[in-house]
Design a protein around this ligand. Structure first.
Ligand code: MG
Length: 115
């Protein structure tokens, strides 16, 4: 089973390695990484727009719903992959950041559920 940390190591390796994208993390600015990440989120939002058409019976889609849902899955994965690289480029462990923030919110609302 893939751990969050293990994924991050592999993700960075593919990004930077000559057999991958040959793209050192520090060759992009924070702004570059944010742009890439939000670009993928925008792609997911465009699919959500098309799924809204399905929900509301509005014409215009060229793909069936099941294809849109498969594409949504891919775009959400792209968001996650870029978000992890963005965080790593800033020296942030996304795993630790998510855990810290999730647990802080649980404590703030008096919820015993923590990760
Ligand atoms: Mg994409």
């Amino acid at each position: 089973m893939m751990t969050f940390e293990g994924f991050s190591i592999t993700n960075r390796m593919r990004c930077e390695d000559a057999s991958g994208f040959s793209h050192p993390l520090n060759s992009w600015s924070l702004s570059d990484w944010i742009t890439a990440t939000t670009g993928e989120l925008g792609e997911a939002a465009n699919i959500a727009k098309k799924l809204n058409r399905v929900r509301d019976g509005i014409p215009g889609n060229t793909q069936p719903e099941e294809e849109l849902r498969a594409n949504l899955k891919d775009e959400l994965a792209d968001v996650f992959i870029y978000l992890d690289l963005l965080a790593q480029s800033q020296g942030i462990s996304l795993e630790q950041a998510v855990r810290d923030k999730f647990n802080a919110t649980s404590r703030r609302i008096g919820c015993p559920i923590e990760c």
